[in-house]
Design a protein around this ligand. Structure first.
Ligand SMILES: Cc1ncc(COP(=O)(O)O)c(C=O)c1O
Length: 238
């Protein structure tokens, strides 16, 4: 997939051209996955792009950082403003927004808190439907992955951390190799957890079922919205 990137990147407090938003190969995150991030959609509307649930995404970003003891050197309000300004500056009709917080250059020890600065970048790209346009109309075939999600006492699944996505990559690559669009992983107790990059719902006899947070899932912002909407519509959720 050719990357349709925005012209500008917000990088450590400044807007810089996409090509200049680069890091050294020695940054801690590149070696150990010590980053946290968000994936936020801005949808095209008659009044311009509308960012979906920005507050909830920012809350999760700061929550992930707390779990991994990363102190973001910017207040939430500044990142909120940076995201909105970046979307406007890049002139997207709709886009995917990727705020990324990572441990930078300073050492390769496994407790990087003293040596490595915490850096922040925000990218925007134009990215269509996650599993392809047809998926929205026709659905997709998925398999149950042979890879499990992480046990709760190995990685905190509620943090959206870069390193956790090595597990997601194994699930996604295996599914594609077996001819499926996506893999659904079980948790270590054998219960359905989630896909490599999305939460799961099933509808059965008028009830909506979704795995609980205790099944090693990421607490999805979309999941929370779906549960709220179902509540508004009087649809039971279990
Ligand atoms: C592993 C995983 N689970 C669930 C989700 C869904 O989260 P959200 O609804 O907040 O986008 C994502 C999205 O990136 C994900 O990567």
């Amino acid at each position: 997939m050719a990357l349709k990137n925005g012209k500008w990147v917000w990088f450590n407090g400044e807007f810089v051209p996409w090509e200049e938003a680069v890091v050294h190969v020695g940054v801690h995150a590149l070696h150990y996955g010590s980053s946290v991030f968000e994936g936020i959609r801005a949808y095209g509307t008659a009044n311009g792009p509308a960012v979906f649930c920005l507050e909830q995404h920012l809350d999760r970003l700061y929550g992930s950082c707390r779990i991994y003891r990363m102190e973001i050197p910017y207040p939430k309000e500044e990142l909120r403003r940076a995201i909105l300004e970046l979307v406007a500056k890049n002139g997207h009709r709709s886009c995917y927004i990727r705020p990324l917080v990572f441990r930078g250059l300073g050492g390769l020890g496994l407790d990087p808190r003293r040596d490595c600065p915490v850096e922040v970048a925000i990218l925007t790209i134009e990215w269509g439907a996650y599993l392809g346009k047809e998926a929205l109309e026709q659905g997709v075939d998925v398999c149950v992955s042979t890879w499990f999600r992480m046990a709760p006492n190995t990685y905190p699944a509620l943090a959206k951390a870069g390193g956790h996505y090595t597990n997601s990559q194994l699930i996604a690559m295996e599914a594609k190799d077996r001819g499926f669009a996506e893999g659904i992983a079980l948790d270590v107790f054998g219960y359905v957890s989630e896909g490599s990059g999305e939460n799961i719902f099933i509808v059965q006899e008028g009830t909506l079922y979704t795995p609980p947070l205790s099944s090693s899932i990421l607490g999805g912002v979309t999941r929370r919205c779906v549960i709220a909407l179902a509540g508004d519509l009087g649809i039971p959720v279990r």
